[in-house]
Design a protein around this ligand. Sequence first.
Ligand code: PLP
Length: 451
Amino acid sequence: MKTIDRVRLASLMEREQKKFVAERPKSKALFERGRKSLLAGVPMNWMVKWAGAFPPFVREAQGASFFDVDGHRYTDFCLGDTGAMTGHSPSATVKAVEEQARRGITLMLPGEDSIFVAEELQKRFKLPYWQFALTATDANRFSIRLARQITGRPKILVFNWCYHGTVDETFITLERDGRSGARRGNVGPPVDPSVTTRVVEFNDVPALEAALAKGDVACVLAEPAMTNVGIVHAQPGYHAALRELTRKHGVLLIIDETHTICAGPGGYTRAENLDPDVLVFGKAIGGGIPGAAYGFSQDVADRIVAGQNLEDCDVGGIGGTLAGNALSLAAMRATLSKVLTKEAFDRMIPMAERWTLGVAKAIAEAELPWHVTQLGCRAEYLFQADAPKNGTEAHDAMDFELERFMHLYAMNRGILLTPFHNMALMSPQTESDDVDRHTKVFREAVRELVA
Ligand SMILES: Cc1ncc(COP(=O)(O)O)c(C=O)c1O
């Protein structure tokens, strides 16, 4: 197997940085202007993380691609880190949003769209009752609050190196000595997260059992396959054990499908026949218009209703003035009924297979100890030979320098991957030519690396 020569990597990176800057004078000028009014020159702090010296500023996006202000076209495999998994500005969603925007945007009153969307979610996920929020983060936070309320227990349990949005309780990591503490980079944690949270490795049944047996855990918040530290698949039998142990210890199981919706119209839950107590689905649900949904089993719904307090329900910590607004719900209705359909997944999943096969072949040709994996219409390469079993193994394989090079090389050749790891997502408009262009660029990058 070949290894990466770090001196060579640094010199290739320098060449790519120069190319990126030289070919993007308008983005550079906007970034310099932005630094005088935006913290670090960007509207949201993650946007500084792109591999170039500045992010490309976008002129317009449509379907599976976008143009930057310098006129470069990019095939977009980042798709707003899943927010635009529908493809950019899908016409059915745009039409519904245009029509609704003229008829009222937010009212603090329900409309028929809310029932239509809840009925559609019932069919997809087999959970009877639904509520709406503006983001998946909020849907997770509200689900955790409800789990604490109805179980009367203080803690939650998450998997090491998970990501569920900016939910305070989840920014915890497990150290090698078995202790847990604030995740590196955790900005101003309100309390030490080990006060609120137990953390175990994914796929480790004995550790899960020991943590739940302590009797203080209200809920497990889980992605059914981890997607935010590279993809980590559940091992055979793990979901059955997770469900059995959560039931045995009276712990609610919250499945966060925000990314794993890539597995099909009913997400991983339907594809693998899971049976969660609570399910969260955000980001792509409204084609990029802010919105998220969380659903409950009959039992959970009954217990929530039994504890509801009419007088104080607006100040209890669950809500959001704009949550469940008419515009979000119109966007969700159109997106679910006309865009993220079974037919769309039937196109998207084979595209991800093609992407995975192309990358696997190029890795084999270059004799690199890397690995590529797929989950529905999402695929990802990792800088290690074998599939990781848990968050630590996946995190250990991360290589910030190498990752930045691969991303910048791709961007310079009109391909955008998600900035946080090596993930590619297929939209309904992604074509085989787009996928093959990625394979070609990926092959060129690894050839240069090992030359
Ligand atoms: C699995 C998962 N859940 C929830 C979220 C939070 O989504 P948002 O940032 O839109 O609130 C994310 C964000 O990446 C996610 O990956």
